[in-house]
Design a protein around this ligand. Structure first.
Ligand SMILES: [Zn+2]
Ligand SMILES: [Zn+2]
Length: 476
């Protein structure tokens, strides 16, 4: 058995891992876990064709397993299909529902406006997609072991898969792959992206019972998040002080996950502040047709919500909806809103993608409003190295500038960051994920993080399981 990483090894983006089974025989079976897009610094020095191409052989790949539908985990799927991939794509039921929407958006934004091409890709994707419920074993296709092969502890004749809730975004899962053979039994766990405890809407992930090999993300491997009460209070305070000068508050956010979490929090703040006219009147604008689509899906899959969210629903509240919420659909309306907000002296909160300001409608807002001192930009998610979001975080507070759509934009806006809303587990959560396993891994591979984060987490795991072999990123 071996694991090869085609992405998320040096940084956090481009997740794509390959598990090879029976690689000592001439009849290998491989499984691909995620097939994501590279973003930010990890695209440096590569042409856009190079970033997208599938630069590995897909001959032995028996299946693609999708942990969740963030673009850095699924964005290269159209290129995988274009390379001739014609095997099942396994995903949780909610992910299977969301995935075509995500891919359609990715194709429209980054590749082509040709509806025939888009539809052809989507129909192939839908044909290959196999939705699987959480917590159920599902047999994976595996090639037979050739008769003349050496049978050893690394020979497996059966492979099965289970998705467990990861609490990261709707439908997200970590993956257990169970391998059995004549002489051994081995369980590989791929964490995908793990959610943080007390994330709004979704329950936090529970550790697996057993892992022999663990491939784990480390986005926040060296940090701990603020407590839940703090972040809600901080969000409320930042907004209240930001709107005093009648400026806009821009919140870059992923269309899936973060946007819905923010709506959930705003509904809560509005509900708790019935006597505060500001909160009862402030316009909250979600400028993204995709986000609106996903919010719809979040409402549809309410069985996957955590108990707190379900209780609110039972009390007749609508955790993802309120009067002051406006959704912008067409591009024309999007431009009209920017011009309108620019011409009036009225506060508003705008939530738009992309979450790391690498494109999307938030870019047009940033280009227009960053040079105004009445503007506030609020980061609630991780900003990868080399992204415009990270640059604004770094240079904004010093009165610097950024390039947006090839234009130099001075930053006069006030920049805020709240870390407590991260959709990613923090160091404490990542340690607990392993600590709470009954049967702990003898081999851990740390991926999906910056170097410092990976190093810090490796140190903690070494303390926790001194006998385990722990490998970091590039060395994988
Ligand atoms: Zn993710
Ligand atoms: Zn990720």
């Amino acid at each position: 058995m071996q694991i090869i990483h085609h992405g998320a090894v040096n940084g956090v983006t481009g997740s794509c891992h390959q598990l090879d089974v029976n690689n000592h025989t001439n009849n290998i079976s491989s499984y691909l876990i995620d097939c994501g897009l590279f973003q930010g610094a990890e695209t440096a020095g590569k042409s856009s064709a190079e970033q997208l191409q599938i630069d590995f052989s897909i001959d032995n790949i028996k299946a693609l397993i999708v942990t969740h539908c963030h673009i850095d985990h699924v964005g290269r799927i159209p290129y995988l299909l274009a390379a001739g991939f014609n095997q099942p794509i396994y995903a949780t039921t909610a992910t299977a529902a969301l995935l075509p929407l995500v891919i359609e958006d990715a194709l429209k934004v980054g590749v082509t406006r040709d509806q025939t091409l888009i539809q052809a890709c989507l129909s192939r994707l839908k044909k290959l997609l196999v939705p699987i419920d959480y917590n159920q074993w599902f047999l994976l296709p595996i090639n037979p072991v050739p008769k003349n092969s050496v049978i050893n502890g690394d020979t497996f004749t059966k492979a099965k898969l289970k998705f467990k809730p990861a609490g990261h975004i709707l439908g997200s899962a970590y993956v257990e792959i169970d391998l059995t053979g004549p002489k051994n039994h081995h369980r590989v766990v791929f964490s995908g992206d793990l959610g943080a405890t007390y994330a709004p809407l979704l329950a936090s992930p529970k550790s697996p019972y057993r892992a022999d090999t663990l491939v784990i993300e480390s986005t926040y491997g060296d940090k701990n998040h603020q407590g839940r009460k703090d972040r809600s209070k901080q969000l409320k305070n930042i907004i209240e002080s930001a709107v005093k000068d009648n400026g806009v508050v821009l919140i870059p956010a992923f269309s899936i996950g973060r946007t819905q979490e923010l709506l959930y929090e705003f509904e809560h703040i509005i509900y708790r502040n019935k006597n505060n006219p500001m909160w009862q009147n402030i316009d909250i604008i979600v400028d993204s047709p995709m986000a609106a689509n996903f919010t719809q899906q979040y409402r549809q899959f309410k069985t996957l919500w955590d108990n707190e969210a379900k209780n609110k629903l039972a009390q007749g509240r609508h955790p993802l909806d309120f009067n002051q919420l406006t959704t912008i659909d067409s591009h024309q309306d999007h431009l009209a809103v920017i011009n309108y907000l620019d011409s009036v002296n009225k506060p508003a909160i705008i939530i738009a993608a992309s979450g790391m300001c690498t494109g999307g409608r938030i870019s047009n807002y940033l280009a227009r409003f960053l040079p105004k001192s009445t503007t506030d930009v609020l980061f609630v998610g991780y900003q990868a190295q080399g992204t415009t979001g990270r640059d604004i975080q770094n240079y904004g507070p010093q009165g610097g500038y950024v390039y947006i759509n090839d234009q130099k934009i001075d930053i006069k806006a006030v920049i805020h960051t709240i870390s407590g809303y991260s959709a990613h587990a923090d160091q404490h959560n990542l340690i607990n994920f392993v600590k709470r396993m009954h049967h702990k891994p003898s081999h851990i591979r740390i991926v999906h993080g910056d170097d410092e984060a990976k190093q810090a987490l490796a140190k903690e795991y070494r303390k926790l399981i001194p006998t385990a072999e722990i490998v970091i990123g590039k060395e994988c």
